[in-house]
Design a protein around this ligand. Structure first.
Ligand SMILES: Cc1cc2nc3c(=O)[nH]c(=O)nc-3n(C[C@H](O)[C@H](O)[C@H](O)COP(=O)(O)OP(=O)(O)OC[C@H]3O[C@@H](n4cnc5c(N)ncnc54)[C@H](O)[C@@H]3O)c2cc1C
Length: 359
């Protein structure tokens, strides 16, 4: 069978593309190498920009996920002994990836997507139509979306400038905390940060991005910051810790050899801005929208790919620019950063402005 669209990867980007294309009548095959539900390394902060899209993507059986999600109206940054506060306005939602990815997957199935788990794509041939090679099967498709995430066997591109990047890793687990503030708390230390936010009743998610030579487990991360060490002292582990590595930032690339790249496969945004899921949902849906004229015979595949590339750069690229500016500020030497932080502490309006700039 020749599919209109094959999508590699069943995370938020892949399922968003699949649901959007299938609901508009395309024949869609979605391939995921893992099994769902499962925990993924993530802060689980879903920014407000994508909540209306998420609501549309979820079928009626899963709409409660969004409705019942803890709202996060505030961010607190713990850095250099100071606490900066900023409003998250409109509030974000806190949704466990265990539930989010599974709900999107089931919504794709109910939209008519042929959704298959435990199928690892090994290679891709052609430039439209494409041949997709998995371990024991092959598939043919008119168009292809690569939503296989940040670090897949399919996306092994060398680091920019040929430089060997520092090794960063991500770790995450859920813990019992009897009472939590409805806030995303970011604890920064030399060589990384850890985000903590409530993700259900008496349950918090702790998720860290850390340099491999600084820490490799959550207890080691908690020991890096005095306030986090004190806070975590009475936590009990509720989920097995998961980790991922390496974390490499590259300039976003929405198209590669006629393939539409969506979500982290297109570009990995700094996790602390909490926009990765939102970018994944939005880019997946955008890819599907841009392909519809091709499926209807009104445009060629190269036209559809160009349209996607343009739309991606216009609507999604600004988030990457803003987040890399803030990252640069956070890694400044302490003697430059500290006066800047004093200014932010005495002027919440500037802090709110900076947080808004990442939105
Ligand atoms: C420490 C950390 C904290 C973060 N915190 C946040 C946060 O609070 N908020 C936020 O919005 N974002 C956060 N992010 C980013 C967010 O997790 C990602 O941006 C998001 O998961 C991207 O979704 P995706 O669908 O592109 O990729 P993924 O969710 O990674 O999905 C890709 C899927 O493709 C599958 N796959 C890979 N290769 C193949 C193959 N060959 N064949 C078939 N399937 C394949 C994988 O199994 C995977 O399920 C964080 C990231 C890290 C590392």
């Amino acid at each position: 069978m020749l599919y209109d669209l094959v999508i590699i990867g069943g995370g938020p980007a892949g399922t968003s593309a699949a649901i959007s294309a299938a609901r508009q009548g395309a024949s869609v095959l979605l391939l995921e190498r893992g099994r769902l539900p499962r925990h993924k390394v993530c802060g689980e902060f879903v920014s407000a920009e994508s909540l209306s899209l998420l609501k549309k993507l979820l079928d009626h059986l899963h709409s409660a996920l969004l409705h019942d999600a803890v709202r996060i109206p505030r961010a607190r940054l713990f850095l250099d002994g100071r606490t900066l506060q900023a409003a998250v306005d409109p509030p974000a939602a806190s949704i466990a990836r265990f539930d989010l990815d599974a709900a999107l997957w089931h919504s794709a199935e109910s939209a008519g997507v042929d959704a298959r788990q435990q199928v690892t794509v090994q290679s891709v041939a052609g430039c439209g139509p494409f041949r997709i090679v998995a371990a024991s099967e092959e598939f043919e498709t008119r168009a292809l979306v690569n939503a296989s995430g940040r670090w897949s066997n399919l996306n092994l591109v060398p680091a920019e400038n040929g430089m060997r990047p520092e090794k960063w890793l991500g770790v995450k687990a859920h813990f019992a905390e009897p009472v939590s503030e409805p806030s995303v708390d970011l604890y920064f230390f030399d060589g990384g940060y850890c985000g903590v936010q409530p993700v259900g009743t008496a349950r918090v998610n702790a998720s860290a991005m850390v340099r491999a030579d600084v820490a490799s487990s959550l207890p080691e991360v908690f020991a890096q910051h005095p306030a986090l060490r004190d806070r975590s002292r009475n936590w009990t582990l509720l989920s097995d810790p998961v980790s991922t590595s390496p974390l490499i930032f590259r300039n976003p690339q929405p198209e590669r050899d006629g393939i539409l790249m969506a979500g982290d496969a297109a570009g990995f945004v700094d996790p602390f801005v909490g926009d990765g899921i939102s970018l994944a949902l939005r880019s997946g849906s955008l890819a599907a929208q841009c392909l519809m004229p091709f499926f209807a015979g009104e445009a060629s595949l190269p036209d559809a790919v160009r349209r996607y590339s343009r739309a991606y750069k216009e609507s999604l690229l600004p988030v990457f620019r803003a987040s890399s500016k803030i990252r640069r500020m956070l890694v400044l030497p302490g003697y430059v950063r500290r006066p800047f932080l004093s200014l932010l502490e005495s002027s919440p309006a500037i802090t709110n402005y900076l947080v808004r700039k990442t939105r």
